[in-house]
Structures are given as C-alpha cells and as structure tokens.
Ligand binder design. Structure first.
Ligand SMILES: [Zn+2]
Length: 335
C-alpha cells in the first residue's frame, strides 16, 4: 500500500521537485535493515569492493561476446578515472581481480599448460557449455587483446597513492560453489591465480565470488584467504557485523551495488548515500560494491558523490574506510 501511494505521489510530482521529494522521504522513512549481532566497533565502517574482470565475466552471459567486449572497453576507460577520484579523496578499495587479467604473457603465462576441464553448468547470470574453462565458445576469438588481459591496469592500481588492495575474483570467472565447481578445479584456480598475481608482488587474501555463488570456504582458508564477500544468510541485511565463517575466514555482507541496472540512477545513488548516513547510528559495516565498467550515469550520480561523501565523513572522524583485508585484521583484533 505504502509503495502504491509512494509511486502515485512520485508520478504526480513535477520532475524538478522529485529529487527533493526522494531526499525527504529517504531521510524520514528509510531505515537500513541490520543484523542483530552486537557491534564491536566504535564507529561505522565502509568497505568498497570492485569486481575487476574486463570481458571475462560476461562471455557466457545472454549478451555474449558483444556485451563482454563492450564492458571491457568501458572498464578500460573508467579504471584510470576511478583511480584518480579515489586518490583525490584518499579512499582505498579492494579490487577483486580475475586472475587472468594478471597474466603478463596473455594466456601463455601462468595459465598455460594442462588445465582441468570444467563440467557444463548454468548459473543465474551465465551458461557454461563445459570444457576448457576459459576457451570454450571462444576458439575463434583473439584472446590476446586488451579486452582480456590488463597487467597495465594492475600496475596503475598498485601505483595509486592511496594504497589499494588487490583481491581475487577467481582465476577464470567461473562459479566457485561446490554444486558447479569440482574441488580440484577450484584448487587449480586458486593456485594459478596466486601465481599470476605473485609476479606483481601480490598475495591475495580477499575473495569475491563470481556470480555471487559462494562455496569451497575451507579451500579458501587453506590458501590464506581471510575475507570473502558473499550474500549473507539474510539477503535483506544492509548493515552487518562480519560473520566468522571459519576460524581464519570472515564473511562480509553486501549492502548495496552502486550501479542502477535499469532502475532510477539518481534514486539508487541517493538511497545508497542515505544508507551510509544512517549507518552513523549503528556502527556496522556498509559494504558497497560495483563493477569498474559502470556507466557514465552511475559514475556521476552514484559513485562520485558516494566517494565524496565517504571521504568527507572519514575526514570528520565519523566513519572508517577499510579494505576487505584490513577489515579481516580488525575483526581478528576485536573478537
Ligand atoms: Zn564478476
């Protein structure tokens, strides 16, 4: 009923006043959902994480290769802008990186040699036909191009002033869940990914599950991971205290994606900023995530104002901004 009334009111409001109306209603009526765990923090924490993947994430999606290449092109153009903005506001983030991006020899490096095959599966976002984990369906595509590998961008991330974290978003952007991904294949992915990133002096300890399909937690812990971002037990929880999944592995909630995906971009931006403002009363973690391939409207109306807001709140001492790795260390300290 409330929603019907709200939609009617919004439709009846002149365009020029809608932003103020959104703002007013969000301030008064929106209260982020929270977990019930007692908070060990003295102030709220904001964690930003980016699913850094170029074309690899989209190749088996409905949009297929054209979408994959378009996403990669946008991501290549956006990443330096993101880094500049993050440096300006001194906001460090976790770049959850597809391991293949770090392959300096473009498919001939750490990923070359015998690879385990992967059975066919279907997830919510893509359909894999089975076979070679990163060549299936792509035999006729030039996989050596800048849409698929990005040692140059990884160098840029590592040379940023603010000190970002490079985490992992798998090696070849396949599902990490036990249901879709055999134990041996996942272990190969972790080993190969670590080898590719090692040449940059990086040992990843944070993991973001491709397609939000979590699994193999024990293997992640065995390989030194300390923090995973996942859908929590209650997917509606926006502010939460990280959950201990295994003795050395923490689970970070997902509060909100900073991309609108067809919804009202301005509203999505305003709502996510209100989430951070409201977190000031709750001392929990707001976990904000995005793809570096976010479009111009998302960048200007959601991402940029959010970075400005968080940088400002941090400078005033009202919030902390941590990477996923730093959050896991903090949880070890306060638990
Ligand atoms: Zn992804």
């Amino acid at each position: 009923m409330k929603r019907v009334l709200w939609n009617w009111l919004k439709a009846a409001t002149p365009l020029s006043l809608r932003a103020q109306l959104d703002e007013l209603v969000l301030r008064r009526a929106y209260e982020p959902t929270r977990d019930e765990n007692p908070s060990p923090f003295s102030k709220p924490i904001v964690v930003f994480s980016a699913d850094f993947e170029l074309a690899w994430a989209w190749r088996y999606s409905e949009g297929g290769l054209p979408l994959a290449l378009r996403k990669a092109e946008i991501e290549r153009a956006q990443t330096p802008r993101l880094l500049k903005l993050l440096d300006e506001h001194q906001v460090p983030i976790t770049w959850a990186t597809v391991g293949l991006l770090a392959d300096r020899e473009r498919g001939q490096g750490s990923s070359a040699g015998p690879r385990p095959l992967l059975p066919a599966y279907q997830s919510r976002y893509w359909k894999f036909p089975g076979g070679d984990p990163f060549r299936a369906l792509l035999e006729h595509v030039d996989l050596s191009g800048p849409e698929w590998y990005a040692p140059d961008l990884i160098e840029q991330i590592l040379s940023a002033k603010v000190g970002h974290e490079i985490g992992s978003h798998s090696f070849s952007h396949h599902a990490s869940s036990e249901e879709h991904c055999p134990h041996d294949f996942f272990e190969w992915e972790l080993r190969t990914s670590a080898a590719a990133l090692e040449s940059f002096g990086v040992k990843p300890t944070s993991y973001v599950f491709p397609g939000n399909l979590p699994g193999h937690h024990a293997l992640l812990e065995k390989h030194g991971y300390t923090c995973v971002r996942h859908f929590p037990d209650r997917p509606d929880v926006e502010l939460a205290v990280p959950r201990r999944i295994l003795p050395k592995l923490w689970g970070l909630n997902q509060s909100v994606c900073l991309e609108a995906y067809g919804y009202d971009v301005a509203y999505v931006g305003r709502k996510s900023r209100e989430l951070v403002r409201k977190s000031l009363s709750h001392n929990r973690v707001a976990s904000l995530w995005f793809h570096p391939s976010l479009d111009e409207a998302d960048f200007e109306q959601s991402f940029r104002p959010m970075i400005e807001l968080c940088g400002d709140l941090r400078d005033r001492g009202q919030i902390e901004i941590l990477t996923m790795k730093q959050l896991a260390i903090r949880m070890d300290e306060v638990s």
